[in-house]
Design a binder for this molecule. Structure first.
Ligand SMILES: Nc1nc2c(ncn2[C@@H]2O[C@H](COP(=O)(O)OP(=O)(O)OP(=O)(O)O)[C@@H](O)[C@H]2O)c(=O)[nH]1
Ligand SMILES: [Mg+2]
Length: 364
């Protein structure tokens, strides 16, 4: 390990945040200097008419680590952050909002998660245990949870919409990042190269001064962004998972047919044939998911196989339970309602299988 002191580049995208500059920059500097962390503070400002750049210039008279880069082309939050990455000279990059929504006190922990604990990315997370959001109305919370849930198949991070995160430059080197959308972290989580992600719980506070720039167009923009990420080749293991599951069903049916031909069609033969074809399909899916869908060959195959099997059995039990519930309790028996029930159950079970595989069996 090198003994050279590692340096942190804090990147703050801004648009009309003049008042916040005098609040965040001295505080940030004080905390980082207090922890003995070498740092630079890059304010990436889109030529704000309110004088944000002048405010930074004034502060940099006493805090030499802070400077403002005024951007006149390619405006927007994500392009500003990406340009910040290009300008930064530190060993770790950290991105945060200017409006003090992100607790400055969490910055050292996020830096150390990388430099001391060996993470490649650390995320200031509202949804991690111990994290939270202050004073949000229920509606806004529900939207935020819903949005995070929709991104769940793309990443194991519980708060991929966070604008507060740190990373090693190697994570984004050569990654085809597009400055589409406001959720640059999600883009990085899907396209970046990393092994270890750590979540640092934070409490998100609403801004006190300055105006919000992000309105309702954010939602539409987010959905477009999600779609693009789902379709990004190699980024959406969910699609691969579905494909593998489809081939697994064929294996299941094929072996079942073969076994019934070999064993005959009595009740116990059915049970044996069903069990064998189920095990064969799970094994088939396991191999493809391990090597292809999740590319998890570095983990222990035995543990992964054991867990994958448990997930499959659990999902099977859920399927049985839900179907029984639908038929016996709710009385869903008639065509096409029975098919609709089955379809709904299959969707639920597929998601359970997927999340169990991704977050547990093949967890990296
Ligand atoms: N460079 C740049 N920064 C931006 C742009 N839009 C927003 N920002 C900055 O990005 C950060 C997050 O924007 P906010 O307006 O706080 O968005 P938000 O947190 O979703 O909304 P609030 O809850 O109202 O604070 C702030 O530091 C903004 O100044 C932009 O177009 N360009
Ligand atoms: Mg904000």
């Amino acid at each position: 390990m090198s003994t050279r002191k590692e340096k942190l580049s804090v990147i703050i995208p801004t648009y009309n945040e003049r008042e916040n500059m005098a609040l965040i920059i001295p505080r940030l500097h004080e905390i980082l200097a207090g922890e003995g962390i070498d740092h630079e503070i890059l304010v990436m400002d889109d030529d704000s008419p309110d004088g944000t750049a002048e405010a930074v210039k004034e502060l940099s008279g006493t805090i030499g680590e802070a400077r403002c880069i005024v951007r006149k082309k390619d405006r927007g939050l994500s392009p500003a952050v990406i340009e910040g990455f290009r300008r930064a000279k530190g060993d770790v990059y950290l991105v945060m909002d200017a409006d003090l929504s992100h607790p400055v006190e969490a910055v050292p922990a996020m830096f150390h998660a990388i430099t001391r604990d060996g993470a490649d990315i650390s995320v200031g997370s509202r949804h991690a245990k111990g994290g939270g959001i202050e004073n949000w109305p229920l509606k806004r919370k529900v939207i935020s949870w819903g949005a995070a849930l929709m991104a769940r198949p793309l990443t194991s991070c519980s708060d991929p919409m966070s604008g507060f995160f740190a990373l090693r430059p190697s994570v984004i080197e050569g990654a085809p990042l597009k400055a589409r959308g406001y959720k640059i972290l999600l883009e990085i989580l899907v396209k970046g190269r990393y092994d270890r992600l750590v979540e640092v719980p934070i409490t998100f506070r609403d801004r006190e001064v300055g105006e919000s720039k992000l309105g309702s167009r954010v939602i539409v923009n987010y959905l477009e962004h999600l779609l693009a990420l789902y379709l990004h080749p190699g980024s959406a293991p969910f699609m691969k998972f579905l494909f593998v599951g489809g081939t697994g069903m064929l294996v299941d049916l094929g072996i079942l047919t073969l076994m019934l031909l070999l064993l005959g069609e009595g009740r116990s033969e059915y049970l044996v044939s069903q069990s064998i074809s189920f095990a064969a399909a799970v094994s088939w899916n396991f191999v493809w998911n391990r090597f292809w869908t999740f590319d998890a060959r570095s983990g222990s195959a035995g543990t992964q196989y054991f867990r994958f099997f448990i997930v499959a059995i659990f999902a099977f039990a859920v399927r049985f339970l839900l179907t029984t519930l639908g038929v016996d309790v709710l009385g869903v028996r008639e065509q096409p309602y029975y098919q609709m029930l089955t379809l709904g159950v299959i969707v639920v079970v597929t998601i359970i299988n997927y999340l169990g595989s991704r977050l547990w069996a093949f967890r990296k």
